[in-house]
Design a protein around this ligand. Structure first.
Ligand SMILES: NC(=O)c1ccc[n+]([C@@H]2O[C@H](COP(=O)([O-])OP(=O)(O)OC[C@H]3O[C@@H](n4cnc5c(N)ncnc54)[C@H](O)[C@@H]3O)[C@@H](O)[C@H]2O)c1
Ligand SMILES: [Zn+2]
Ligand SMILES: [Zn+2]
Length: 339
């Protein structure tokens, strides 16, 4: 029997690592030996609150969805030539049949099965099985951590695509967490001038080490009282008041994408500003068709993760990995390395 340790959330604030038999890949699936998994804010949220919106943890749940690994086994119909390949795992497997899937917007598939989203187990484990269509070979020059961080990078790519970011745009990114810092780097690659805002000095320092020098200290002035004028807003704080204010910095004809998820299901918007400036406003939900570009951006050395990855933990220390960002905000993206 191949031993498979899996770190499960058994109740709020309690993770248990259990050793089980490794899963058997089904049709068109691979068995993947996990090498690196990023700890996401959503993992921390499930750990602390046991639910996110309508997703409630009702049975022990393996957390972790930002995963990379090596293909070690193939189920019926999966190409055995890929065994041994290092891969980035796209965590959401959509149904492939509904209208959203068929029109390419598979991130909106109502039947998507997304790792570490109840009741689907995640990747804080030695092994997972995953659809062959949603694992992507990565070149040797990508580290395991970069391969795993194709997931938050994908959120940044999708936000920029949805905002239609073009060369020369002034893009305001509110929030220098992992998502904001990925979105900002993508905006720069799309040719934009990037302005970043955060309240925490160490988060702005991380942005500075990524080469951004147009930084707004949100503790000294609210973003709409700072003189910033932007063509595009990529809101990545999840703070309702920030979205409300940051939309007001947009120039007429500006575009806003709300990435950050506020705890409140409803929030106030500056409707008169949105109308008089004809602001285009949209939410974004995860991403679709982004992994090839994420891998290419890492391959070309255009996206940096060193100032973002804060600390590394074994699977047995997963609880510490889930707690560290609350204790030390300079640890932006903790990684779990099961190997
Ligand atoms: N829409 C999606 O598909 C999607 C996907 C992934 C994450 N998210 C959401 O994106 C958001 C960002 O994720 P993250 O992992 O980077 O979170 P994070 O909490 O690490 O980052 C948020 C950042 O916002 C900063 N911030 C707080 N108040 C601020 C203020 N008033 N002004 C400026 N900055 C402020 C914080 O200091 C922090 O650095 C979260 O709300 C997350 O739930 C959405
Ligand atoms: Zn994530
Ligand atoms: Zn579907």
């Amino acid at each position: 029997m191949t031993r498979n340790r899996r770190a499960k959330l058994v109740k709020i604030g309690q993770m248990v690592v259990e050793s089980e038999e490794a899963p058997v890949p089904g049709g068109n699936e691979y068995l993947i030996k996990i090498t690196a998994v990023g700890v996401c804010g959503s993992d921390v949220h499930y750990f602390e609150h046991g639910k996110i919106g309508r997703f409630v943890v009702e049975a022990p749940l393996v957390l972790g969805h930002e995963a990379a690994g090596v293909i070690v086994g193939a189920g019926p119909g999966a190409d055995t030539a890929r065994i041994g390949h290092r891969v980035a795992v796209e965590p959401g497997v959509p149904c492939g049949r509904c209208m959203q899937c068929r029109s390419g917007g598979y991130n909106l598939c109502p039947d998507v099965r997304f790792l570490a989203t109840p009741p689907i187990d995640g990747a804080f484990a030695d092994y997972i099985v995953h659809s062959a269509d949603f694992v992507y070979d990565v070149p040797d020059d990508l580290s395991d951590e970069q391969a795993a961080l194709c997931e938050p990078l994908s959120v940044g790519i999708w936000a920029n695509r949805r905002a239609g970011v073009r060369c020369g745009d002034r893009v305001l990114v509110t929030g220098c967490g992992p998502i904001g810092l990925m979105a900002a780097q993508v905006a720069r690659e799309f040719g934009a001038h990037v302005i970043l805002s955060d309240v925490v000095p160490s988060r702005r320092d991380a942005a500075r080490s990524l080469g951004f020098d147009n930084l707004h200290d949100a503790t000294s002035s609210p973003v709409d009282g700072s003189g910033i004028v932007a063509d595009v807003l990529v809101e990545c704080t999840g703070v309702a008041d920030v979205a409300l204010r940051a939309i007001k910095t947009l120039t007429p004809g500006g575009r806003a994408v709300l990435v950050g998820m506020a705890p409140e299901e409803e929030q106030a918007l500056p409707v008169a500003v949105i109308q008089s400036k004809e602001i285009m406003l949209t939410g974004v939900f995860r991403y679709a068709n982004t992994y090839p570009l994420a891998i290419e951006l890492f391959h070309q050395g255009r996206i940096q993760v060193d100032p973002i990855v804060g600390a590394r933990f074994s699977l047995e220390d997963v609880t510490a990995a889930l707690k560290i960002s609350r204790i030390d905000p300079s640890c932006i993206k903790p990684m779990v390395l099961p190997g």
